[in-house]
Design a protein around this ligand. Sequence first.
Ligand code: AMP
Length: 217
Amino acid sequence: MRIILLGPPGVGKGTQAKLLSETLHVPHVSTGDMLRDAAAAGTELGRKAKITMDAGQLVSDDTMIGIIRDVLQMDKCRHGFILDGFPRTIPQAQALTRLFDELHLRLDAVINMEIGDEEVVKRLTSRRSCKRCGKIFNFLTDRLTDSSNCPSCGGELYQRDDDKPDTIRARLSVYARSTAPVKSYYEQTGLLVHADASGSIEKINRAILALLNSSRD
Ligand code: AMP
């Protein structure tokens, strides 16, 4: 299946994408993770992207479209993928449509996950990720203390640099201005479905799987 997850930062796209990836046996393609990996590796792209990410702004469309063009043609994506964090602008969505046409791929579903801004801020400021396995945890829902290690693999937990209050506000306004219009773009294709992203991870996952099943009928 080829699926796009849309929604504001902190809505849980990464968490749900990882679960869907396990259930559907297709890779989780997260542009944010790719940029963070590039930053950790100290590549030129990574160093530049880190400055943009830490300011809560978007990396250029040309750069992101180039990255996605390469990834979607990799062998691992042959049977499908879950796109998390792309497209984030109308030009990215348009470029993705052209790429699908060129590669003769069919998009199966676009899942829009929604929660309010206050909930976003609460979730993002209490989010932690594991340096080793990449799993995402949250002080609100997981039993964690400041000195906790990853409950899954024991790795070190860290807070993303862009999960600080000032950057979160910038990311929310960028989302409203540049990314929210992408919903209308996909509404017109008839592929957009809405998932309530409040509640437990398991409940949201069940709701998304049900939406995917009914969109296949
Ligand atoms: P995420 O992990 O999806 O929240 O992405 C973290 C940051 O990476 C974003 O705030 C942007 O700075 C950058 N980024 C990720 N994906 C994109 C994209 N498709 N277009 C532009 N910037 C992106």
